[in-house]
Ligand binder design. Structure first.
Ligand code: DDH
Length: 291
C-alpha cells in the first residue's frame, strides 16, 4: 500500500529528530550479534559515503546507489543488506526522507547512542539512479598495506591523521566469516564507542591467527580479539603510528577528531547547495531530550 506524502510537506529539524529517535528505538535487539544493529548501521553509512572520488566528483552519500545492483552485491558490501533492511522499516514510517539522508542519519544515531560524540549532520541528499552507482574497488581491501590505505582515502580527500581517526570506528562491531571471511571483534565492548581500538593495538601482543581463513591477527593473551592487516598497519607506518598513539593516549582527542572527520565523510559527494542548512546540525542524543 502506497504511503501518501503531503505535496507541500517541508520537514523541519524536529521531523529529523523524530527519525533519529525511531532509529535509536530499534538499535537494541536480543537476537543479533552483540545485541545492537548499531555497528552495522555505521558500516552502511560509511560504505555509502566512502565511494567518493574527489577528482571525478562521483560516488559518496548523495544518491544512495548501494540500493542498486551491482553495487549492492560488491564484495565489500556483503552483509549490509541487514542494515538496509533495518533502515527500510524506518523509511516506511517516514517516506519523505531520502535514502542518503536516512542511512547517514542512521550512522549518526548509532554512534551517538553507542556513547560516541555528537556527529554534526544535515539533510539534503537526494535519491539517485542505478546509473550513478560506482565501480567496485573504491572501498579499502583489508588484506593490503599502507600504500593502499593512502590510495583509497586520499582519493576521498582525507590525510593520514584522518585515515587513523576514521579507523577508530573499529572499536565497534565485528567481522563475520560469512561476510568478509574475517572473524571476531576488535574490542571487548563492541557496542560502545571508545578509543580501545587504539589502546589495544599498543597494549596487546598481536600474532597471526593460525586458521584456514584470510590472514588476520589475534591478541596473544585471550585470542578472542582480532585486527585486520590494515588495522595493524596503523602501528607500523611511522606517520599513522603517531596519530594512533595520540588517540590511544586521549579518548577526548579521538572523539573530537573522529566527530569532525566522520561528519565530513558522510557529506562526501553532496553538492553544498543541496543542503537545507548552511551548517550541520547537532542532533540531540535521546538522553539529552526533554521527556
Ligand atoms: Fe571497517 N570493516 N574497514 N570501517 N567496519 C569491517 C567492519 C566494520 C575495513 C574492513 C572491514 C572503516 C575502515 C575499514 C566498520 C566501520 C568502518 C569488516 C568486517 C571489514 C573486513 C565486515 C564483516 O565481516 O561483517 C578496512 C579494510 C578499513 C580501512 O582500510 C580503513 C571505517 C573508516 C569505518 C567507519 O565507520 C568510519 C564497522 C562499524 C564495522 C563493524 C560492522 C558490523 O557488522 O559489526
Amino acid at each position: 500500500q502506497a504511503v501518501k506524502v503531503k505535496a507541500n510537506f517541508v520537514p523541519t529539524k524536529e521531523d529529523y529528530i523524530k527519525v533519529y529517535n525511531r532509529i535509536a528505538d530499534i538499535l537494541d535487539v536480543d537476537d543479533y550479534d552483540d545485541g545492537s544493529y548499531g555497528p552495522v548501521l555505521v558500516r552502511l553509512a560509511w560504505h555509502a559515503s566512502g565511494t567518493y572520488d574527489k577528482d571525478s566528483k562521483t560516488g559518496g552519500s548523495n544518491y544512495a546507489t548501494m540500493r542498486f545492483h551491482p553495487e549492492s552485491q560488491h564484495g565489500a558490501n556483503a552483509g549490509l543488506n541487514v542494515a538496509r533492511d533495518v533502515m527500510e522499516k524506518v523509511k516506511q514510517e517516514f517516506p519523505w526522507i531520502s535514502y542518503g539522508d536516512l542511512w547517514t542519519l542512521g550512522g549518526v544515531a548509532a554512534i551517538q547512542e553507542m556513547a560516541g560524540p555528537h556527529i554534526p549532520w544535515r539533510p539534503g541528499r537526494i535519491d539517485g539512479f542505478a546509473a550513478q552507482a560506482t565501480p567496485d574497488g573504491r572501498l579499502p581491501d583489508a588484506t593490503q598495506g599502507a600504500d593502499h590505505l593512502r590510495h583509497i582515502f586520499y582519493r576521498m580527500g582525507f590525510n593520514d591523521q584522518e585515515i587513523v581517526a576514521l579507523s577508530g570506528a573499529h572499536a565497534l562491531g565485528r567481522c563475520h566469516s560469512s561476510r568478509s571471511g574475517f572473524e571476531g571483534p576488535w574490542t571487548f565492548a563492541p557496542t560502545t564507542l571508545t578509543n580501545d581500538f587504539f589502546k589495544l593495538l599498543f597494549e596487546e601482543t598481536w600474532v597471526w591467527k593460525k586458521w584456514s581463513g584470510p590472514k588476520q591477527l589475534e591478541d596473544k593473551k585471550t585470542r578472542s580479539l582480532m585486527m585486520l592487516p590494515t588495522d595493524y598497519v596503523l602501528v607500523q607506518d611511522k606517520s599513522f603510528k603517531k596519530w594512533a598513539k595520540a588517540y590511544a593516549d586521549s579518548q577526548d582527542l579521538f572523539f573530537k577528531d573522529f566527530s569532525d572527520v566522520l561528519s565530513r565523510l558522510f557529506e562526501l559527494g553532496v553538492p553544498t547547495e543541496q543542503f537545507v542548512s548552511p551548517e550541520p546540525w547537532t542532533m540531540p542524543k535521546v538522553e539529552e531530550q526533554q521527556p
